[in-house]
Structures are given as C-alpha cells and as structure tokens.
Design a binder for this molecule. Structure first.
Ligand SMILES: [Zn+2]
Length: 294
C-alpha cells in the first residue's frame, strides 16, 4: 500500500531570477530553486507542476483561503468571494469542518493518518482565539495533536524543525540539524498512510524582506527536504510539496506575489499525481485518489 506526505510550505512561489529573489545564486537550494521559464533541477526524480494559486479570484492569494483550498479540495476564495488573509473565518472554518482532508480520508477508511507538527502546552492551556487552517483540519477529524513529549520521543517535528524556537522558549528538547529533522519526518511518514507537515517561516521571512535571513531559511529547508527524501522508500511513498501563495521568492515587496507556486511530487505515483494537479484545489482530490485506488 502506498502512502503520502503532504509537505506544506507557506509563501513559496516560482519567481524570476534577480537580486529580489533569495533563491537566485543560492547553492544547495535544490529542490526549492525553481524559476520561471527555466527547466528545474529537482533531485530524486521529482516532478514539478507550476500551480495556480489565484484560483480565478481577483487580488493577491492569501493564507487562510489558500490553505483551506489545499486542505479540502474546495476552491475557498471562490466560495467566499475573496482571498482571506491569516486565519480562517467562520465561512472557511465551515468548509474545513466538512471537507478536511483528514475527514475525507477517515470516511474512505484510510488509516493511520497524522499531522506531524508539534503543539506546545501553551496551545492547550490557553487556546488561541484564531486557529490555523491546519489546526482546524486536524480538529475536524478529531485527530490527536502531537506535544513536545512526542517530539522528544522522535514522533513529531516542530514547525521550526531545528527546535531552536522551542529551546528559546525554555522547552527541554535537543536541537536537530535539518538532516536529523528530515530523518524524523521520514520515520513518521513510514508509520502512516497520510502525513501532513506544515512549515511557515518562509512566509514570515518573506514579509520581513531580509535577504540573508531568507537565504539561511531556504538553505536549511532544502537540506531538511533532501534529508527526508534520502530516508524515504520512494517505491512505497509519495511526497507532495506545495505552497499557498508566493512571497519569499520576491523580497522587493512585503506582499504576497501573484506567481504560481511549485507543487513538486516524488515517489512511485509522481507522474500520475502531477497529471491531476493544476491549481491548489486539485491537491486533496489527487491525494484521496492515490490513497483509495490501491
Ligand atoms: Zn500563506
């Protein structure tokens, strides 16, 4: 039986080359160094789909509506009439509650499934007023959230996969190199039929417009992904990397970009999956199809 990892990266578009793009001239940036009008260099035989994040709705693509689309297969900006920033509103939460990819997989009998990210005790002690689309998607399916203890036991990864932010906040955890984090994520993937991982520092750095910081973040992320790929059995597993909108690939603006986003697919079903994707609304249906057709 095949499995799928959905590796979600916030705010990574396909940009042009130039001083505005931290990926231009960055060494060791495969598979993230993808540019407009250029054949990409993608390790481990990955297939690139230049993916539409605008979804037929005017304006700049935004996080809440883009992530809702990725995690449900519903064109969320079209459903609510605009691109919605930040965290999902009630209308988007209603879409997620009904159509969360985790719920769709449960209904189809696909198990076990997991969100690989870690939540700190602060989340459970004082629940934030606004929750992310991923959190809502997990709650819609009543899945368990990983805690810091799961991370220490090698069963979870933090959004900042080096654990540096956790350590700064006083959590008793060991730091991880990007390669080690990729190895941990690979072991989670090996134990589940569907795994979601979310990384969003790319979007924060894109808004911050700091070129040096962006390069460090992108190089570490690329290292983590290559470490992950080297540990996975790609004859059994498919990896789908995607993003909700562009941002970090153009540091000349604080805003999100109108660029397409890279969807990169690795593994045994890569071409079949890639052929099903043209916009963000196609990701969830392609995953459901892959996991229910064997
Ligand atoms: Zn975003």
């Amino acid at each position: 039986m095949t499995s799928v990892l959905l590796f979600f990266i916030d705010g990574l578009g396909i940009g042009t080359r130039g001083p505005h793009n931290p990926l231009d001239g960055l060494s060791d940036a495969e598979p993230l160094a993808v540019f407009q009008d250029e054949a990409p260099q993608i390790p481990s035989a990955g297939v690139l789909v230049r993916t539409d994040a605008r979804l037929g709705v005017d304006g700049r693509p935004q996080s809440a509506s883009g992530q809702t689309t990725i995690l449900t297969g519903v064109n969320a900006p079209a459903a609510i009439g605009h691109h919605k920033q930040g965290f999902p509103n009630q209308a988007l939460l209603a879409i997620i509650r009904e159509h969360s990819i985790f719920r769709q997989l449960q209904r189809a009998g696909v198990a076990p499934i997991t969100f690989a990210n870690t939540y700190t005790s602060r989340f459970f002690e004082s629940r934030p007023r606004w929750i992310s689309a991923t959190t809502a998607a997990v709650e819609a399916a009543d899945l368990r959230f990983n805690r810091v203890e799961d991370l220490s036991a090698g069963r979870a990864v933090y959004q900042d996969f080096t654990n540096a932010m956790l350590i700064e906040r006083g959590e008793q955890v060991a730091p991880r190199t990007p390669e080690q984090a990729g190895e941990v994520l690979a072991s989670i993937v090996a134990n589940h039929r569907f795994t979601l991982y979310e990384y969003f520092i790319t979007d924060k750095v894109g808004h911050g417009q700091n070129l040096e910081r962006a390069r460090v973040v992108l190089r570490d992320l690329a290292l983590m992904i290559r470490g992950l790929l080297s540990r996975l059995d790609l004859d059994q597993t498919n990896v789908i990397l995607t993003s909700d909108h562009g941002n970090i690939e153009d540091l000349s603006t604080r805003s999100h970009t109108l660029n397409p986003v890279p969807t990169i697919v690795w593994g045994v079903g890569r071409q079949k999956i890639a052929d099903q994707v043209s916009s963000l609304a196609d990701i969830t249906p392609a995953i459901i199809h892959t996991l229910t057709s064997d």
